[in-house]
Every structure is written in structure tokens, then in C-alpha cells.
Design a protein around this ligand. Structure first.
Ligand SMILES: [Fe+2]
Ligand SMILES: [Fe+2]
Length: 443
């Protein structure tokens, strides 16, 4: 019994994902709707109703907590929680049309989830599904953004961790959960506040090994979405970005984190991660596609083909590899790790621009900084009038003059657009782990 319920819920997750990716009329969506409806029919051949509740971060079915299923459905649980849904009941008699209406309904933006949505559901003619709402304190509802996004970031780091360790242990990859997580991240790029980017640029140091993979994935998806790629391509680039360094996980940490110069043999060893990664990802082309293979293989090839692996013929990088290689270097340079110092954004910008036209496609690199800004969103900066501010959003016409929130001193607190207010300028970056730490709290 549990099995068919599990299939039905996994089916729902896949419906939700494909309607977001392809839309209601696409055959991919229709197909997952059909199989999900079949799964529910099977469930109702044995019982009158299924009620699923969300308890904390777990999924509960009747009196049991479904830890296993909850792990799989974590991104979906968060998704429902964001919409303050804590209970969903499906009743015998459910028809395909109702299931379709329901999926369309919950696929809508979370801002639409206000008021009595049970009534809207009934109005849409859905009689055999009911949803119970979580009571939210008004403060939580207004403070949309940070707590949810932070939760999404952390849970995505978990999903990414699972997806990577799955490949390392030659297990099947839960591509649905992975796509769902990355897809939810992608949706957040459209919001003005760009919290997800902020998390990737600022919050990184204290988290696990997989943060680099998640960040490169977030940056690559953001970059490709700004470049105008289609949703499905953005997601594929995000997945490929996530696996770009999978081959590295087979190389001794001692070599990877060695502070001094590597011997020729050690460097040869490091270089082999590209080929090794491509070989590993070849086993997953049926679920993850060919892009992870291509990007693993090519991400150190460089724009002028002077990188590695050395090839017997000239080959230019795939656009996805170009995107990932820019985001990879950007994150590696700006991240603080145990064995190396992080660089401030101005230093990162200068280092990367030295390689403009060599390692990186010049136009693409310019676009990257145009979208990311010289001082990234979330950066703590000191202004020329001795106040301290946090970067809120970018001005693409002048990457050095973003919009900021002045947080200190108290009497100067306000929003400022440095493009409009030319008397103000950014003087230096304050490291959010050191001198900037106190100011971050004032935001
Ligand atoms: Fe690499
Ligand atoms: Fe990397």
C-alpha cells in the first residue's frame, strides 16, 4: 500500500516540475499527469482517502512519519511550506481533470497563496482534494524572502550532497529531487531581491564540501538565465555545473589542498579530474543527459584551448563549459577555505580580467560581471563618506555603482543608488567574516 502511495506522491512532484518547465499543454506534462492519475487510481482501489501532513520538515501519513519518502520529497515539502500548506487530503472519486486543476493551482507563484485557497480550489471545481493551511504569524508572512530562501539553500545543499555522493557510490541519482531543487532556485532569480545570489556570494564558509558545487550551479543558472537561455537548458546547465568537479572527489585531498607548488606528477593527477569526471558522468547520460560529460571534460580547456586535457585537435568549448568555467573560477576565488584566503571582489575581478581572452571568452566575461556586478549583492562595503553599506542590487550601466543600503552610522541609514548619487562611491570591501561581520547584522 505504502508503495502505491509513494508512487502517487512522487508522481505529483514530477507533475509539478514538468508543468513549471513545460507548461500545461506540453506532452511531457500530460504524460506525468496520466501516470500520476493512474497511481492515485490504484491507491483508491484499496482505500477511501489518503491524508498527508507535514510535521516540521517531515512528511506524515496517518500516524507514521515517512522519513524515507520525506527525504525524497524534501524540496516539495519546502515548496508546500512556503505556501503554508500543512495537510493535503485526496478522496476516492478524484478525476483526472481535478488532479490537473490541483497541480495548476499549487504550481502558481507563492504570492498568490493568500486568502482562502480552499475556496478557490472548490471554485475551480476540485471536490476530491482538500488542503489545510498552516496558521502563520503575520510577521513571518511579511518577512518573505530570507528564512525561506535560506532554508531552500540549505536543503538544496543536502540534495546536491546526496546527488553527488550517489554518483560517487555508483548509485541511482534522484534526478527528480535534484531538478526540483535547482528548479526552485531558478524561480527565485526573478525576484528583485536576489536573496539566492546573496546566499551564494556571502554564506559559504561554514558549510559542507558541496557548497562549491551548489554555488557554481546557482551562478551558472543565474548567468544562463540572464543570457536568455530557455528554462530547460538553464536547468541542464545547472546540473552539469553541479557535477563539473566530480572527478576531483577521487583525488587525494592532500594534493588538492597542498599549500605550496605541486610537483609535475601531482599536477598531472589533478588534471586527470576532467577525464575521470567525464567517464563517471557517461554512466548517467540516460538520467542527466550528455551535458555533465561535456562540461566535466571541457571546463579547464580554456577559451584559447591552452588548458587541459591536451587534445590532438583544436576544439572550442561548448557554451555550457564556458559558462561553468567562469562561475567555477569566480566561486573558487571568492570562497574562503581552510587552506587558502578568500579574495575581495575587486581582486577577483582583476584576476579574472587578466585572463580575459585567454582563459575566458572576453564578451562572456564582460556579461558575467555586468550581471553579477563588480561588488556582488550582499557585499559589505565602506563608502567614501565613512559610512558602511550593503549592496542590494546591480546597476548594469556601471558595475561599480550598485544600489546599496547604508546601515551605519545610525543617522545615515537609508537606501542609496550610487548611479544617481555620484558624490558617494565605494571605497573598499569589508570581509563579512572579519571587519564586516558586525555590519551584516545591522542590515
Ligand atoms: Fe575542475
Ligand atoms: Fe571547481
Amino acid at each position: 500500500m505504502l508503495n502505491s502511495i509513494e508512487t502517487a506522491f512522487k508522481g505529483l512532484l514530477s507533475c509539478l516540475q514538468s508543468i513549471k518547465m513545460y507548461g500545461e499543454s506540453h506532452p511531457m506534462f500530460q504524460k506525468s499527469l496520466d501516470s500520476t492519475f493512474e497511481a492515485f487510481r490504484e491507491v483508491f482501489s484499496e482505500r477511501q482517502e489518503v491524508v498527508i501532513g507535514i510535521v516540521g520538515e517531515e512528511l506524515a501519513f496517518e500516524k507514521e512519519i515517512l522519513f524515507d519518502l520525506a527525504k525524497f520529497l524534501r524540496p516539495a515539502i519546502l515548496y508546500l511550506k512556503e505556501r503554508h500548506i500543512e495537510r493535503i487530503a485526496f478522496y476516492r472519486g478524484l478525476n483526472r481533470e481535478e488532479l490537473l486543476r490541483f497541480v495548476c493551482f499549487i504550481a502558481g507563484p507563492k504570492e498568490d497563496f493568500k486568502g482562502d485557497f480552499q475556496a478557490s480550489l472548490s471554485l475551480a471545481g476540485v471536490e476530491h482534494i482538500s488542503i489545510g493551511r498552516l496558521k502563520v504569524s503575520s510577521g513571518q508572512e511579511e518577512g518573505e524572502g530570507l528564512p525561506d530562501q535560506s532554508e531552500l539553500y540549505n536543503s538544496s545543499a543536502d540534495v546536491v550532497g546526496q546527488a553527488l555522493s550517489g554518483v560517487l557510490n555508483s548509485e541511482k541519482v534522484d534526478q527528480l529531487a535534484l531538478k526540483f531543487s535547482l528548479g526552485s532556485i531558478m524561480e527565485n532569480f526573478s525576484s528583485q531581491r536576489q536573496e539566492m545570489l546573496k546566499l551564494a556570494t556571502v554564506k559559504k564558509y561554514d558549510m559542507g564540501t558541496y557548497v562549491h558545487m551548489l554555488n557554481v550551479s546557482i551562478f551558472s543558472m543565474y548567468f544562463s538565465s540572464r543570457l536568455g537561455f530557455e528554462k530547460a537548458d538553464i536547468l541542464n546547465i545547472g546540473i552539469a555545473a553541479m557535477y563539473h568537479d566530480i572527478g576531483k572527489l577521487y583525488i587525494s585531498r592532500k594534493i588538492l589542498h597542498k599549500p605550496g607548488q605541486l610537483t609535475e606528477q601531482e599536477f598531472g593527477n589533478v588534471k586527470s579530474h576532467t577525464l575521470m569526471g567525464a567517464q563517471i558522468m557517461l554512466k548517467y547520460t540516460d538520467t542527466l543527459g550528455i551535458l555533465p560529460v561535456v562540461v566535466s571534460f571541457e571546463h579547464h580547456l580554456k577559451y584559447d584551448s591552452s588548458g587541459y586535457p591536451r587534445l590532438p585537435f583544436l576544439r572550442s568549448q561548448h557554451i555550457a563549459s564556458m559558462i561553468v568555467s567562469i562561475c567555477d573560477v569566480y566561486d573558487a576565488l571568492s570562497q574562503r577555505r581552510g587552506y587558502k584566503q578568500d579574495y575581495s571582489p575587486d581582486v577577483v575581478y582583476n584576476i579574472m580580467n587578466k585572463d580575459r581572452g585567454k582563459t575566458f571568452d572576453p564578451e562572456l566575461l564582460d556579461k558575467f560581471f555586468k550581471f553579477m556586478g563588480f561588488w556582488p549583492v550582499g557585499a559589505v562595503v565602506a563608502l567614501n563618506d565613512e559610512s558602511v553599506a550593503i549592496v542590494v542590487s546591480q546597476n548594469e550601466f556601471d558595475i561599480r555603482r550598485p544600489k546599496v543600503q547604508i546601515v551605519w552610522p545610525q543617522e545615515k541609514k537609508r537606501q542609496a543608488d550610487l548611479l544617481e548619487d555620484q558624490t558617494l562611491s565605494i571605497q573598499r570591501y569589508l570581509n563579512p567574516w572579519k571587519e564586516g561581520k558586525e555590519f551584516l547584522k545591522l542590515a
